[in-house]
Design a protein around this ligand. Structure first.
Ligand SMILES: Nc1ncnc2c1ncn2[C@@H]1O[C@H](COP(=O)(O)OP(=O)(O)O)[C@@H](O)[C@H]1O
Ligand SMILES: [Mg+2]
Length: 489
C-alpha cells in the first residue's frame, strides 16, 4: 500500500487549527473536536521516571533487576507481571528496557496486536518472529533464513506485552523456537522472559488462554496494585475491580442503574459506542455517518466503498461470500466514507509512521474513489495520510481468493474486540446480551478514564461474564505472590 504522509509535529492545538482552516466551517468543528478528543495522553515515562515509581512498582522493579536472569547466574528466568487495567504494567516496560540497555542485554519486545506493540514501542509477535499462520498451527520463516536465525540467536531477553491475548499454543511455539535456536531444551531456551498482562481481559481470538501452555507454570507472578489510569477516580476503580472478577456489590449495581436512568438517547459523535456484535456496531456507524453533512461544492460528498471480491479468479457479487471472507481478512465488505467520519486503520504496514492496526483517525478529504485523506493523532503530532485501496490475498477452501478495499473501518462504534488495548476519552456501552463472552464487559468498561466519561445504555447483571478457570488461575497466582510477599517483602 502506498501512502503519502504529511506529518504535523508542533503543538497539537496549532496543528489541528492549521489542518481545519481549509475545511468548510461546519466540518471544522466536527473534525476539530474529534481530533482533540482522540489525542493521546502524553506518555510520562522518561529515562528518569523511576524516581516517580509508586511503591508497588518500585518493589517489583527491584525484584526484576535483582532476580530476573539466567538460571546459570542463580537467577530466575521467568516472571509474569500482572495487575488490573491501569496499574502501570505497560508504564514499567520503559524502565525495564532502560535497565536492560544499561546492562547491555539484547532484548526483544513483542506483543500480539499492533495497538499493544505500538503502545510500548515494540513489534508484533508475527513480524518480529516472521510467523505465518497455517490452517492449524504456525510456522516461522526464520528456520529458512540464516540472517534471521543469527539475529534471534543473539537475543538475551524477551518481553511479551498483553500476553492474555496470546494463545497457549502460540506461547509454546515461541518457547520452542527459542529453545531450538539457542539449542537448549528448556522453556524459551533458558532466555530470561517477562510476560506482561491481565488474564481477566479478552482471551485470544483463536485457541485456548495462555495459562494452559505447559511453559506457563514456570512463570513467577508479580502483582501491581495501585491504579494510575483511574487514579483520580477511586469509585470507578472499585467498580472495575468488581467487574473483573464478576461479583458486583449492591452499591455498584445502584450506580450502574443510575447511569442507565440518566442515559440520554441522543446520538452523539463525541463518544465511542462499544458493542458486542459487529452488526450492532455497523448500524450505529451507518446511523451516525448519515447525520454528517455533505458539501457538494467541496468534494464528491459521500461514498460507500464496497469491497471487490474474487474467488477462483471470478468476481463475486458484493457481499456474496462475506461470512467466509471475514475469517481471512479484516478488510470490511462495506465502508461509509464522509468527511468528518471517524475511521480505524487496519494494517501494520505503516508501523514505522506510528500507525498500526487499531489507530483511530478522522476523514478530512474524500479525494476520489480510490484515495481518501485521513488525519491520525499520534504520539508526536498528527499524521495526515492519503489512504489507498489495498488487496488481501488468501485461500478459501483451496481456491485463490482476494478482496480489494480501503484498509479502514468506520469507528464511531467498535466491537469490544477492536477496543482491547485502547484508551478512549469517552465510551458508551450496553451491559446486556451485547456482552456475550467472558471478560467483554470488563474490557469495554475499562477503556474509559473516569466514571464520568462513560454512558451505560442498559444493564442486565448476566452481562458480567467471567471464566471460572481463569479466576481459579488468578487465585493460584495471587496466593503464590502473597506467600512470597509475606516471606520476603
Ligand atoms: N508511576 C507512575 N507515575 C505516573 N503515571 C503513571 C505511573 N504508572 C503508570 N502511569 C500512567 O498511568 C496510565 C496507565 O498505565 P499503563 O501502563 O497503561 O497501565 P496498564 O498497562 O497496567 O493498563 C498511563 O497513562 C501511565 O503513563
Ligand atoms: Mg497495558
Amino acid at each position: 500500500m502506498q501512502s503519502n504522509i504529511h506529518k504535523y509535529t508542533q503543538g497539537y492545538h496549532n496543528l489541528i487549527n492549521n489542518l481545519i482552516t481549509t475545511l468548510h466551517t461546519d466540518l471544522q468543528s466536527i473534525i476539530g473536536n474529534q481530533l482533540i478528543s482522540l489525542l493521546q495522553q502524553p506518555n510520562l515515562s522518561t529515562k528518569f521516571s523511576s524516581m516517580i515509581f509508586s511503591e508497588d512498582q518500585y518493589k517489583i522493579f527491584n525484584i526484576l533487576t535483582n532476580s530476573w536472569g539466567q538460571q546459570e547466574l542463580s537467577k530466575h528466568p521467568y516472571f509474569f507481571l500482572t495487575g488490573l487495567a491501569g496499574t502501570g504494567k505497560s508504564f514499567m516496560i520503559q524502565q525495564i528496557v532502560n535497565f536492560l540497555k544499561v546492562k547491555n542485554i539484547r532484548y526483544l519486545l513483542i506483543a500480539p496486536t499492533g495497538v499493544a506493540a505500538q503502545n510500548v514501542g515494540g513489534q508484533t509477535i508475527h513480524s518480529a518472529l516472521h510467523i505465518r499462520n497455517t490452517q492449524t498451527y504456525f510456522e516461522t520463516l526464520s528456520h529458512y533464513n540464516e540472517q534471521q536465525q543469527i539475529e534471534l540467536s543473539q537475543i538475551d531477553a524477551i518481553i511479551i506485552e498483553e500476553v492474555s491475548m496470546v494463545s497457549s499454543i502460540l506461547l509454546s511455539f515461541i518457547s520452542k523456537l527459542f529453545a531450538k535456536i539457542h539449542k537448549k531444551s528448556v522453556p524459551f531456551g533458558g532466555i530470561q522472559t517477562l510476560l506482561i498482562g491481565d488474564l481477566a481481559q479478552l482471551p485470544p481470538v483463536n485457541g485456548k488462554q495462555v495459562f494452559y501452555a505447559p511453559e506457563w507454570q514456570e512463570f513467577f507472578p508479580l502483582f501491581l496494585t495501585t491504579s494510575h489510569r483511574q487514579h483520580n477516580d477511586k469509585l470507578f476503580y472499585n467498580i472495575l475491580q468488581e467487574m473483573r472478577v464478576g461479583i458486583l456489590s449492591s452499591q455498584t449495581i445502584n450506580l450502574i442503574n443510575e447511569k442507565v436512568l440518566s442515559y440520554q438517547n441522543n446520538t452523539s459523535i463525541n463518544t465511542t459506542y462499544i458493542c458486542g456484535f459487529r452488526h450492532e456496531a455497523d448500524s450505529i456507524n451507518n446511523l451516525i455517518c448519515g447525520f454528517l453533512p455533505i458539501f457538494e461544492n467541496i468534494s464528491s460528498g459521500s461514498l460507500i466503498s464496497v469491497a471487490v471480491d474474487y474467488l477462483n479468479n471470478i468476481e463475486c457479487e458484493p457481499k456474496e461470500y462475506d461470512k467466509q471472507f471475514r475469517h481471512h481478512t479484516n478488510l470490511p465488505s462495506e465502508l461509509t466514507i464522509r468527511e468528518g467520519a471517524r475511521v480505524m486503520f487496519l494494517t501494520n504496514k505503516l508501523f514505522n509512521e506510528n500507525l498500526c492496526n487499531g489507530s483511530i483517525g478522522v476523514v478530512t478529504k474524500l479525494i476520489d474513489e480510490d484515495n481518501i485523506e485521513v488525519a491520525f493523532p499520534i504520539d508526536s503530532g498528527i499524521n495526515q495520510v492519503i489512504v489507498k485501496k489495498m488487496t488481501a490475498y488468501f485461500e478459501l477452501n483451496g481456491a485463490p481468493a482476494q478482496r480489494t478495499q480501503f484498509p479502514l473501518q468506520n469507528a464511531f462504534a467498535l466491537t469490544v474486540h477492536k477496543t482491547q488495548g485502547l484508551t478512549l476519552p469517552h465510551a458508551t456501552i450496553s451491559l446486556d446480551e451485547q456482552m456475550f463472552a467472558n471478560g467483554q464487559a470488563y474490557v469495554a468498561m475499562s477503556r474509559a478514564t473516569s466514571w464520568q466519561n462513560i454512558e451505560i445504555r442498559s444493564f442486565n447483571p448476566n452481562a458480567i461474564k467471567v471464566d471460572n478457570e481463569m479466576l481459579a488461575e488468578l487465585n493460584r497466582l495471587q496466593q503464590k505472590f502473597n506467600d512470597f510477599h509475606s516471606l520476603y517483602l
